[in-house]
Structure formats: structure tokens, C-alpha cells
Design a protein around this ligand. Sequence first.
Ligand code: ADP
Length: 470
Amino acid sequence: MKILLVTSEALPYCKSGGLGDFIFSYSKALKRNNQDVSVILPYYNTIKYKYPETNSEIYDKFFFDMGTHNQGCTVYHHNLHGVDYYFTCMDRFERDGLYGYGDDNERFACFMMAVNTFITRHNDYDVVHCNDWQSAVLPLLLKYNPRQEIKTVLTIHNPAYQGWAKREDLYNYFRLDLGYYDSGYCRLGDSFNFLKTGIMASKKVNTVSKTHADELMYDHDGFGKIGAIIDYCKHNDFVGIVNGLDVDLWDPKTDKLLAKNYSVYDYKEGKEENKKAILKKLGIPYDFNGPLISAITRLSDQKGVDRLMSIFPSLSSYDAKFIVIGTGEKEDEFLYRSLPYKEVYFVKRYDENLAHLLYAASDFFLMPSYFEPCGTSQMISMRYGTVPIVSSVGGLYDTVKDMCMNKEATGYVFNNSDPGAFLSCFKSAMDFYKSKDPLMDTVIRNGMLGDYSWDKSCKEYLNLYSSITW
Ligand code: ADP
């Protein structure tokens, strides 16, 4: 099959979260399964400056109607690991960040119009696989493609971000008939909703874990009622496919960013060396006997930032240190609240290299999210022998086996609907660590030996593509 993945981020070029990991690792898995796979994404400044090799080949150049003007677009091509990457170079993306601008709706509308033009000019894709709101209107645009047999799929990685625009933008941005809004097809509440449009227009829609698929369908009021839309419109067709991990990139045996590589046989020594290395790097004295706890995350409400901050007062009683690498809307509050606690070290930036070292150095990884469609970090931490403490939601519930499973356990899963559960779970994990119970070694080894590869999930996606009939 010839498959085009349409995305707003992809490792190694740019990433703000799990979507970047997904595209990189899933495209490689498709390649291993002998599929012809391409990825198309905007050409942000960061790609241009950090990866200058990406603009050495101009693949296409065209103009299209965008709002009141004729928009120019140059498409660069670069092959990485056998995957064809196409970068749409347009003035609106010549900025340092990926998102967070007042005109994001218009920017990504422009991206979708460019991809639509690109597909029409190179019209041989069997599957166009869109991801999140930034590419969600494309399946509707493709209904007007002369080749009607293009299979469209939309994967929802985070339903909280939807792309809310005005009724008129349906025409202004996309040249689509306002009847789509008036009939309710593209409307949610009083807005033109990009994500809803994708749910309505795509042949198949999925999310990134089975439990999150159930959560979305049964919580009709959540996420601006997007779950109700999915339930009414795609009930029998909505599936959860859990993300895999790039097990080559995230491998403590070979990871070049670690101070010492290690495996399930020598993880104690290996993790100790990495602990010393990160403490030295950050100028933190190694003067504690308790565990090193970490979080590497977007600091948004979704990720349970209030829960993370709730452990600050108890750290000293466990002689523990807490290192957090993160950015996001709660970063200033997190910094301010952490200041009185000498046990907390906050690295306020996005730092991929330091993240690798911290996963390897830590004893526990906290991920107390209020919702988590899949989550990548809990899988990385288990693979690096770091015990995750996670809430019982979405992909966290599907990928971490709680301590109640005893010799099968891979971490701690606390009840998300119980307000006191996180703190008491955290404290029992700390007490268990202190007790030096050998079960902790079993839990660590189970996590390290888990199967996080794409093998099974890639086949599920291929079956999903094949199940589209006309
Ligand atoms: P989400 O996609 O909701 O942000 P995931 O757990 O799926 O959450 O993916 C987060 C990914 O981004 C992980 O690979 C994590 O290591 C990485 N990450 C998040 N914040 C940072 C940061 N500040 N520095 C480095 N890596 C980060």
C-alpha cells in the first residue's frame, strides 16, 4: 500500500509530545512491513536550521487559493530510514515554535490546503492517514478528489485540542460550502470544529489505546461533547490501537545519550552511573539515600501538575529528590511552588538529550494524568528500569500492570477518580522502596522485558486500512 501520514510533528525533525514519537516509530514499522510510506509536515524554522539537509531537493512548487490571496508552497523531499519525508515550506511556518500562535487555525488550514494540492498533483496514495486537528479537515477536502478510492483515516492523539474556528472560515480557509456548517456536519456548539469535521468525513477514526476509546465513547460530555459525536457517528467503527515505541531509539543497551549502557542483567550498576551523571550535570549534590523521582512532561492540567506539586512536602521524609523537565502553561506556577523545596529541581525547557539520561537515572517516574490517550513516557520509563506511578486512565491503564498483580506487576496504577489516591499510592511506593523488598526488582525486570514494539499495533493499523471498503 502507498500510505501518506499527514502530521504537524515528526521526530527527529520536530516534536512537542507523543505525536512526534508516533510518526517516527510507526512510519519505520510500516516500512518494516514492506509498505510504501511517506510523511508530510510543515517546514518550521527549527527544521530548516537544525536539519539543513532537508531542503537540498525541491520536489514540487505550486500555488493555491488561500483566503483572499494566492499562497505559494515549495515542497522539499528527504528520505530517512527508507521513509519519504515531504516538507511544505510556506511563510506562515517561518517561526521558531510549532504551535501556540493566535493564527494557528489559519496556519494549519493552509497546511491542509497545501497537502490537498500536493495529493492532487501526485495522485497515487492508497491511504491518507491524518493525525489530530491540524490535519482533520483534509478527509473532507479529499471527497472532492477525482480519485474517489483514497482511503482516509483520522487518528485522535489528543481530543482536548480540536481547532475551533468561525462558520465563515469553512469558506475563507477551505473554499468549502457553508452548508456543511449549517447542516451541522462541521459544527460543534457555535463553532466550525476541525476535529469533528475529520470524525464525520474520514472513512475510519481511531484513538491510541483501547481504554481511551471506551472513555471517549462513554463520556458524552467530555472534550466539548466530541465523545458523543464519535458514539453517534462511528459507534461500530471506532477503535483503540495502542502506540508502540521505537525500541531501537529507546534502548538502554545502546542509547548513546546515556553515561553507561545497561541491560536487565546489570541495571543496578548502570542506573547508578546514570544517576551520578545527571546529578553532576545539573549540579545537584549526591547527598541523599532515597529514590530519584522524575517527570518529563508538558506542564498542562491534563498531566496532573497539581498532583505532581502535592508530593513536594513529603519528599524530605523519604530522603528523595525530584527532577522535572517540562514546559507548558503551568511552568511558572510549578517553578514558583517548587522554590521552597530544596529536594525539587526544575529544568524549564524542552531537552531531548537530558530526557534520555533522566529516564535512565531515575527510580520512579510520575505520570498522574487526568486523561492520557496513550502516553509514551510510561513505556520509556519501564524499558529503562524506572518504575512508573500512573493514573488508571487510557493508555496508562492499558500499558502498566499494577502492583496488585504481584509477580506480573510493572508499576503502580492509582484510581484516577479518587482524589486522595495519588498521594497514598506515591507514599506506599516510597515505603516499599525503603523496605528493599525483592519484589521491586521483579517489577523493574518485568518492565524492562515488556514488549513495547510496533509489531502487533502496526498489523492492527494495516487491518484497519484494509477494512475500508467502498
Ligand atoms: P503527550 O504527547 O501528551 O505530551 P506522551 O507521554 O505521549 O505525552 O509523550 C511525551 C513525549 O515527549 C515523551 O517522549 C517525553 O519524553 C517527551 N517530552 C515531554 N516534555 C519534554 C521535555 N520538556 N523535554 C524533553 N522531552 C519531553
